[in-house]
Design a protein around this ligand. Structure first.
Ligand code: F6R
Length: 615
């Protein structure tokens, strides 16, 4: 949610900022802007729209600056327009700021500033902050760093900020709390890149420092990087090495990142299993949670907290952990959990699931559970993300950067980690037999190849998408392990094609949604062989009796559902508990093609952003 980028060095700043903003555009694309110091003057360009609109707006006018900041916005306070676009300027115009987050006490601060004669131009909370900083600088006669520190002590909310000062072109000041900020250190230690995540930095440097909450960083051409916290204590920068490769940030010949990421799933699931599933030894090892294995084996209850697609992965986790490891599980929307005074204590294990590792609600849920003494385990994709750093232990999903706003490969990687965890714990606990454990490992190992086979039905899915692309509504049905997949299928369709869709447990249909069914209603049913197969066949018959259109995902060679359904998509057979990993793939492809055929912006759907760092 909002991407920020900054650069200070010996190279022209404009290309670095624009390229960085394009990489961060998945975080928000309501408006974009940059401020660059050229010939001692702060030049500001900003406009409603995307980074490409900003480039047109700048129109080659920024050539010679070596220090600057840039922002791509997901609107919170005030509509997306030119005025509300970042950067925002102080009263004197000498300080500019970019911000990702929300200043919660902005209304009080605004009133105070207006009473002191400040004139605010935008509706944003961010503009308040830069006025406040300059106000303190003037009133208290302190330098900019001290003014930033004092201002942040009076701010409630979340922020990742970078400030540029026309009078000090050799310096940028950055700070963060609850929103991410990473600093890349270039060659010679007098070149610095600042960004919301590491993607704008990878092509320039591998050496990064992740700023911690309430830390303020100063990067200076001569003195380098120094960090202190808002209590004015000095901190030693901890330099880490980045592992992302540049190629994974490009589309690699695909029309959209989403399609690329769907097609990457055989490889991303394989990467997730690598070194963890040891077929020869017949074991599962998740190094990151090794010290917590016993605790998990003896757990009386596990609570998953997550949002969106990650929440649906958590629902699959519930079925996995209860069925295999016989541990009671609750799955909670992080946004509900954090505000509903949950009963939780030292014996509880909370597993937070998040692709970005930055989701504000999930972070807050973790903080709450931590304060109540629970053990917190994370399942994150982004290495070094806030959630990954806040948890007691965790397993990365190793899916690689996911850039399409709609989550695809992150979901299957999350489910893969959950499957490994559940199988490993179940085996240690003795809740599944040796032979079932070994059979499941062999089957899990074959999943990447089976996902490859599912991807081969691409053309057929495109044809089905073409038939239903103009639908106003759609229903998704699944049972048992595939119920969360039905929810995820519906979410994928609605978020990128703007068709209203609902996921339901197949048997619940007759308790209400069946009233919606008529000859216009496409009903996507996951009807693979397994414990509820016969029941789902009956549910399909109920839909057909009301003239609904059934598109069923079935196993190779199933003639029963083929007879009943209007269209079928055939996928390989697998264990019940692994079906989510295969059955979700055709639904991802279907949403993708429907969205493309409707002319929607697949990778950047309206109103959405990838990393939801506001609550
Ligand atoms: C849907 C989607 C969102 C995210 C949700 C949580 O395709 O991407 O629903 O799953 O915003 O994000 P993370 O997993 O980053 O915490």
């Amino acid at each position: 949610m909002c991407g920020i980028v900054g650069y200070l060095g010996d190279n022209p700043v404009y290309p670095v900022l624009i390229k960085g903003l394009a990489r961060l555009e998945y975080r928000g694309y309501d408006s974009a802007g940059i401020s660059v110091i050229e010939n001692g003057k702060l030049e500001l360009y900003k406009c409603k729209g995307k980074v490409a609109d900003l480039e047109r707006h700048v129109n080659g006018k920024l050539q010679s600056g070596f220090v600057g900041i840039g922002h791509t916005r997901w609107a919170t306070h005030g509509p997306p327009n030119d005025v509300n676009a970042h950067p925002h300027a102080s009263d004197s115009g000498k300080l500019h700021i970019i911000h990702n987050g929300i200043i919660e006490n902005y209304a009080t601060l605004k009133e105070e500033l207006i009473n002191r004669g400040h004139v605010l131009k935008s509706d944003t909370d961010t503009e308040i902050l830069i006025h406040l900083i300059e106000d303190i600088q003037m009133r208290e006669r302190v330098d900019l760093l001290e003014a930033v520190r004092m201002a942040l002590n009076g701010v409630i909310g979340a922020y990742a900020i970078v400030i540029i000062d026309a009078d000090h072109p050799d310096t940028l000041i950055a700070a963060k709390k609850s929103s991410p900020l990473v600093i890349g250190i270039g060659e010679g230690h007098n070149e610095f890149y600042l960004a919301s995540d590491a993607t704008p930095l990878v092509e320039y440097t591998k050496n990064v420092v992740y700023l911690e909450d309430e830390e303020i960083a100063v990067v200076n051409r001569k003195t380098g990087l120094s960090i202190r916290n808002i209590k004015n204590q000095e901190k030693t920068p901890y330099i880490q090495e980045l592992e992302i490769q540049l190629e994974v940030l490009e589309k690699g010949g695909y029309d959209h990142f989403m399609l690329k990421e769907i097609n990457e799933q055989p490889a991303s699931i394989r990467d997730c299993l690598r070194g963890r599933l040891q077929l020869q030894k017949g074991s599962v090892t998740l190094g990151g949670i090794k010290d917590y294995e016993q605790k998990l084996v003896h757990a009386k209850r596990i609570i998953f907290v997550a949002c969106g697609t990650s929440y649906y992965a958590g629902l699959v986790g519930e079925y996995l952990f209860e069925d295999l490891a016989r541990i009671p599980v609750e799955v909670e929307y992080a946004s509900e959990f954090r505000y509903r005074n949950p009963i939780i204590g030292e014996n509880d294990i909370v597993i937070a699931i998040s692709q970005s590792g930055e989701t504000a609600d999930t972070l807050a849920a973790i903080e709450l559970a931590k304060a109540k003494g629970a053990t917190i385990i994370g399942i994150c994709n982004v290495v070094g993300s806030s959630i990954a750093r806040l948890t007691d232990a965790g397993s990365y999903t190793h899916a690689g950067p996911e850039i399409g706003v709609a989550s695809t490969k992150a979901f299957t990687a999350q489910v893969t980690v959950l499957t490994l965890m559940a199988l490993g714990i179940a085996h240690r606990k003795g809740s599944i037999s040796d032979s079932k454990f070994h059979r499941s490992l062999v089957e899990l190992d074959s999943i990447p190849e089976k996902v490859n086979q599912v991807l081969e039905v691409n053309a057929q899915i495109r044809d089905i998408a073409n038939i239903y692309k103009d639908a106003d509504n759609a229903l998704y049905l699944g049972r048992g392990f595939t119920y969360p997949v039905a929810l995820e299928g519906a979410l994928k369709l609605k978020e990128i094609s703007y068709i209203h869709a609902e996921g339901y447990p197949a048997a619940e249909m007759k308790h209400g949604p069946i009233a919606l069914i008529d000859e216009e209603m496409p009903v996507f049913v996951i009807a693979t062989k397994g414990a509820s197969y016969e029941k789902v066949v009956s549910n399909i018959q109920e839909v057909k009796a009301r003239k609904g259109k059934v598109i069923a995902i079935i196993n190779y060679g199933d003639t029963v559902v083929k007879e009943l359904a209007d269209h079928t998509i055939e996928i390989p057979e697998t264990d019940d508990c692994l079906v989510p990993l295969l059955s979700v793939v055709p639904l991802q492809l279907l949403s993708y093609y429907v969205a493309v055929m409707r002319g929607c912006n697949v990778d950047q759907p309206r109103n959405l952003a990838k990393s939801v760092t506001v609550e």
